[in-house]
Design a binder for this molecule. Structure first.
Ligand SMILES: [Ca+2]
Length: 145
């Protein structure tokens, strides 16, 4: 008697399991969490010295340590010094740069330095600052007069 009942209920149990399986996507489909969007990094930097910066002479240290990524980390720092030199990419937040000595004399040239930081998800953030570079007088001459 017992075995007969078992035999009868087995297909019914299978049917119930199948129904649950088919219903599962409908029940859990709407509960599937959406992908959490990445928070892009925020770029920030300082540089020293600020003045005087002499063309072809003064090494300027740029420090992007204040850059942040709220939900991850910054993998690379891309520096565009705005003076025609190639972009510099590195994993360190600190870069040193000497602005080129151009043919110009006795003037101040303003360059725009652009920093782009890339986080561990490949998203980017940028910040820029202007840097004033002094073109010195012709070598040998005392001043610009
Ligand atoms: Ca991020």
């Amino acid at each position: 008697m017992r075995s007969a009942r078992d035999a009868e209920s087995r297909p019914r149990r299978r049917l119930r399991a199948l129904a649950a399986l088919l219903a599962a996507p409908a029940i859990f489909g709407c509960e599937k969490l959406p992908d959490i969007p990445n928070v892009p990094p925020v770029a920030s930097f300082i540089y020293t010295p600020v003045s005087p910066i002499n063309a072809g002479q003064t090494p300027v240290t740029f420090n992007a340590s204040a850059s942040r990524d709220a939900d991850g980390r910054i993998d690379s720092y891309i520096w565009n010094f705005g003076d025609g030199t190639p972009e510099e990419t590195g994993g360190s937040p600190v870069a040193t740069h000497v602005f080129p000595d151009t043919a110009a004399r006795c003037i101040e040239i303003t360059y725009t330095v652009l920093l782009t930081v890339v986080d561990d998800k490949g998203d980017r953030g940028s910040a820029s600052q202007t840097v004033k570079v002094t073109e010195l007088p012709v070598p040998g001459s005392v001043d610009c007069r």
